[in-house]
Ligand binder design. Structure first.
Ligand SMILES: Nc1ncnc2c1ncn2[C@@H]1O[C@H](COP(=O)(O)OP(=O)(O)OP(=O)(O)O)[C@@H](O)[C@H]1O
Ligand SMILES: [Mg+2]
Length: 190
């Protein structure tokens, strides 16, 4: 079966693009394919990295994918399914930093900053996902996506499961972060 077919678009740096379509038309699949979470069977995906180099995402090898996944991140629709219940949020958010060779102390500091940025208290660093509300969990997913200062973030209905006031809060947060991330502390990259 074809999960998605005949889709073509361009997103420039600093732009927000919304993908709209009926249920099952392939929006999630498109977003996942962009990050190679699902392997596209045909087509091309070009991504201009922060260093200006253009990369063919479909052809990228493992080392290149690792680099790409610092620059391209995803906020999933369902924070209950996308946050590991066995890990404290500090580890959930900090994993990508440690994985990329950032020292423990620096990681903890960065996680505390990220928690503050998404409106959560840095003391929550040792709490597990079950001890947060739905909106708070979604913000943890956003903090995780932002940990490495990505240039491109795919949000798959990042707020659809939340009530309206929390939705507005999270959309504001994403807008603010978008403006801020560019000027943020550089994070060491592999
Ligand atoms: N892992 C999978 N295996 C088989 N088919 C799949 C898989 N994931 C998605 N599909 C199918 O691919 C099509 C596109 O799914 P996708 O999740 O991308 O839709 P969507 O546009 O995000 O829908 P929604 O608005 O409901 O989230 C659907 O017909 C779906 O049934
Ligand atoms: Mg979807």
């Amino acid at each position: 079966m074809k999960a998605v077919d005949g889709v073509s678009f361009e997103v420039r740096r600093g732009e927000v693009l919304g993908l709209v379509g009926e249920s099952g038309c392939g929006k999630t699949t498109t977003g996942r394919a962009l990050l190679r979470i699902v392997e596209p069977t045909a087509g091309t995906i070009q991504f201009r990295q922060s260093d200006g180099r253009e990369v063919d995402v479909v052809a990228a090898d493992n080392a290149e994918l690792k680099r790409l996944r610092c620059d391209m991140r995803m906020v999933f629709r369902d924070p209950n399914a996308s946050l590991n219940p066995r890990l404290p949020v500090g580890e959930i958010i900090g994993q990508s930093l440690e994985y990329n060779g950032v020292a423990k102390a620096e990681t903890d500091e960065r996680v505390a900053t990220l928690l503050r940025r998404v409106g959560l208290r840095p003391e929550y660093i040792k709490r597990y996902p079950h001890a947060f509300s739905g909106g708070e969990r979604q913000r943890i997913g956003i903090a995780r996506a932002l940990a490495l200062n990505p240039a491109f973030v795919v949000c798959d209905e990042a707020v659809s499961a939340l009530d309206v006031s929390v939705q507005a809060q999270i959309l504001r947060l994403l807008r603010r972060t978008q403006a801020r991330v560019q000027s943020d502390l550089p994070v060491r990259r592999p």
